[in-house]
Design a binder for this molecule. Sequence first.
Ligand code: ADE
Ligand code: ZN
Length: 338
Amino acid sequence: MTGQIPKADLHCHLEGTAAPRLIRKLAARNRLEVPPGLFDGDDRFAWNGFPGFLDAYDRAARCIRTVRDYRDISYEYLTACASEGAIYVEVFLSPDHAAEAGLSYAEHLAGAIQGIEDAERDFGIVGRIIIICVRHFGPDSAMKIVDAMVHDPHPYVVGFGMAGNELAYECADFAPAFAKADAAGLPCTAHAGEVAGPESVRAAMDALPVRRIGHGIRAVEDPALVAELAKRELLLEVCPGSNIALGIYADHQQHPLPRLLEAGCRVTLNSDDPPFFDTSIGREYARAAAAYGFDDDTLLGFTRTAIEGSFADDETRAKLLSRLNNFMGHSPNAEGQP
Ligand code: ADE
Ligand code: ZN
């Protein structure tokens, strides 16, 4: 049973954590029509393939309109994670999506922060924010986001990242935006090697000051690249449920997670967009345990790697590690990743 294992999620998109039930509720509250064709039945999003998923994501996000909506989504997501044993979650927040819904950078941030504070007060779960740009919205939009982030810092905003369609633009086009975030002391991550191959991971590593790669799984197709990822200790935010739902791999047996681990890469387990992919952070741990026979020490190793690789400040990470150590009873054979 993996329910008791302390967990951490470094890769989930806040707008993508809202289930159809919540999207319907927000649409009604905001007196909006639910976008036609968004759902397939009561509690499923309807989408087909990666571009179809991104489109459904964008249309669902348009129902999220107010500071209170952002507060409720972050509170509900963190509450659900806490009920599955998560102690730490880093959520991706997209000012581009908020702007499309008519909210300023400061407004959507204020909502998410309120949800994070309320969830920590009620359930002890710690949340932090990574501001992301959306690759297919282009480098100008990315720079505007970094400008707002640097102009309006907050201690819960701990990093900068890039999601969206990795087939759009070149990574190097985003180098000025990432350089500005990096110079402001904000560590960076970028989605790469999810739908595109190892060359996309290489481009992100070479062009951007990233400490982590979102997904990065298709690096497995290039053994030299895998060796370099391991050597440079770049953390891979791996989301098996998402990859399988998107058809990148047929099932857990085809998924490269165990091979990346064996090659010495730093790997974490993450939920990405839970209701779109029929997953949650708890299910990711449970399914990885069932599929690969991981024992509790291995699962705790994922959590340790996530906390060590999180972008939270030193004090927050030390507190989280001490919670993990308390759970483990300082077990000598549970010191980290195998
Ligand atoms: N935005 C939300 N989920 C995403 C994913 N899996 N890949 C790229 N962009 C995303
Ligand atoms: Zn993602």
